[in-house]
Design a protein around this ligand. Sequence first.
Ligand code: ADP
Ligand code: MG
Ligand code: MG
Length: 898
Amino acid sequence: RTRVYRFGNKTADGSSKMKNLLGGKGANLAEMSVIGIPVPPGFTITTEVCTEYNELGKETTVNLIKEEIESAVENIEGTMGSVFGDQDNPLLLSVRSGARVSMPGMMDTVLNLGLNDKVVQGLASKTGNERFAWDSYRRFIQMYGGVVLGMKPESKDDIDPFEEIMEHLKRKREIELDTQFTVQDLKDLVYDFKDAVKKRTGKNFPTDPWEQLWGAIMAVFNSWNGDRAVYYRKMNGYPAEWGTAVNVQAMVYGNMGENSGTGVCFTRDAATGENVFNGEYLINAQGEDVVAGVRTPQQITKLGSQRWAELAKIEENDRAANYPSLEELMPTMYKELYKYQDILEKHYRDMQDMEFTIQDGKLWILQTRNGKRTGAAMVKIAMDLLKDGQIEEREALLRIDPNKLDELLHPVFDPKAIKRANIIAQGLPASPGAATGQIVFFAENTKKYKNTILTRIETSPEDLEGMNLAKGILTARGGMTSHAAVVARGMGKCCISGAGALKIDYKNRTLTVDGKEYHEGDWISLNGSTGNIIEGKVATCQPELSGEFAEVMKLADKYATMQVRTNADTPKDAQVARNFGAQGIGLARTEHMFFEVDRIKAMREMILADTVKGRKNALEELLPMQRADFEGIFEAMQDLPVTVRLLDPPLHEFVPHQLATQKELAEDMHISLAAVKGKVAELHEFNPMLGHRGCRLGNTYPEITEMQTRAIIEAALNLKEKGITAKPEIMVPLVGTYEEFVAQEKVIRETAQKVFEEYDDTIEFLVGTMIEIPRAALMANKIAEKAEFFSFGTNDLTQMTFGYSRDDAGKFLPIYLEKGILKVDPFEVLDQEGVGQLVKMATERGRSAKPQLKVGICGEHGGEPSSVEFCHTIGMNYVSCSPFRVPIARVAAAQAAI
Ligand code: ADP
Ligand code: MG
Ligand code: MG
């Protein structure tokens, strides 16, 4: 097998299709070479060799590739007309890493490889440029020292050992810029650098070019298993087996003087998607100088330069004289670069991010790749390319990363402000968006200030109102499906959960992070998209829902075959979701309505009642409120189906646990405090999630189901009188047996019949069930004899199939993920392999009994793209997700259908 692929001189062994084998960088270098873009010649050592290296070790690997590499180097020598290691006419090389996908800042590059004390002389006399030769030499020692010899800062607070030496010399010489070093300075630096290497590693800096080359190649392989790379791979779920390729390439020099330079450019604006060529460059510079900010880089286009000067408040005269664009300074080079960016974008049919170097008036392209971009840019670029006729509709849709649409829907931090932000801790990015506010620790304090961040160890249903009022929610405990996270996503509210570094002291009302104390009223900011917790205020701005966003949605509906509904409990949420294109409500939870101040009392009286009569009296009080709720929701969703779930949570969640509230309740109800306490104790459960909840409530207290059904049917009939069509679908939660469902169905149908008679009118409605207990999935054919629809409650189904408590999984899930015992959080991404079997089987069995059975999903997974795809595959009628995920699910549904 071939282990080394060559490129350059308008030919190549590889192509852009071989990213897995050659890495992204290598594959694109090959492709560019073939289509006639000037790239310095070189070769790529395949990712498979990296895997071999990890298995077989250094020596065997070297033997495997030695001959191929020697002959490939000879090939470069032939093209470049110079010789590696030669003292009169030296060829220098760059050694670059390159995995399948770009892993920013993960692995390192060594430039100017092949220099030593003799070769540097040859380079100087060959080019007649002594300064350039020594500048290249000091850069080489610096990079090789860092990447291969481990000359890194010793601790987090230290600076780079080589930078330290340079800074020292700059101070001594009273200069600021690298370009101000004299030849003698550079020689001194080389001497001092080598000395530092000797002192720290105990070995001389290697002088043999071949030893240097092998050292650099092995260092790139090693970097694949370095801390940074491993962390990045874990974060993105990339397997260790991928390995990295190594690119070895002839050096071209941007540091040869005023007629040379280097830069990076984009074929379109990566932040906005605007179709403008843009980028930055530096004269007389090399490699990462532009990115590293050694000097202020200049803009490539004149337009860009003018825009930049405006922001930097620089006068036009000053700009043109001191910061000219490449377009103005080197018009011929600019025209050529412009031509190549155009060719490359048309060739790849996507926005390109390129690197280039100008060596003494000759332009070289060093890299191209599909550029990273914001959600807004992603949408605009896809639609613009479609309109340009460069890609077709399906392709345009596939260019949309559904998850990135989220960015477009929530308030965002001002990009300029975020750059200066002081990040104090990191949590889970539970619900995206940006929030700035004053810290409060209790839900009832969210009214205290205009903008608050509700900061809790964890939240509970009692905090709901406060969560709604807060600008953002921060918890120290809990995962992506913790109460805080789920509720926040539903509200489209920024939330960071499970930030373990936060020490919250409710008693003293303090938040301590890393020894620093924050108090109630202190300002903090949350970036819900990254999980960054930031000290102080950060300015935010409302995102614009551009015309292109609507175009993407329209396109999605054209291709999707599965519908998208929303999980919404209030008319407001329903309206938001409808605006996002929701085609109904897949889950309206009725219990949330009971937590509002004026209702919780009646609810508690109902729970505390000792007799059926007492309970019925309290329910009577609740009925008009529930009916009004449903009227609101049905009206917001008129003509669209609304699935209403009957009461689900364990009753103890509704009763007060604090003494003060218990006292209040006792007074209100004219009973003793002891009676209240007794009832609270009685309701206590060891395993509430497996306890007295769901249809077990409705089956023990049928009057609750009666009241809720009455509220639903009456609401629909009241609207009918006003000419508004409501389409309720009544859903029984937590069914495990056929009998459980049938008993509830009977109550529902009988109550509805009663109401119909009272109104002397009828409406159409469905009665169905949630499938969230494994037994229900197994009994699906039986249950479907009676149920008119199934809705998979995959939060509970996951919980019960894995046997992981959703509320406690935060203790071990992170460790499981870190150890690779689990690949992803099953509460976030549906476990298709396991839980998915139950979903698929239940759907099939259900439809075997009732072919027209409507099937949907209403767990958190309904808005997660890979789970949506699964739902499409097994033939669901709809997915249902929180309002702000509706657009995401719509695109995911379309992509699944393409
Ligand atoms: P990264 O993947 O971090 O971008 P690269 O391998 O692209 O690393 O290289 C880092 C820098 O070195 C880039 O600015 C690149 O343009 C420059 N560089 C790489 N190879 C050469 C070369 N053969 N000649 C000149 N500059 C090079
Ligand atoms: Mg690069
Ligand atoms: Mg459930």
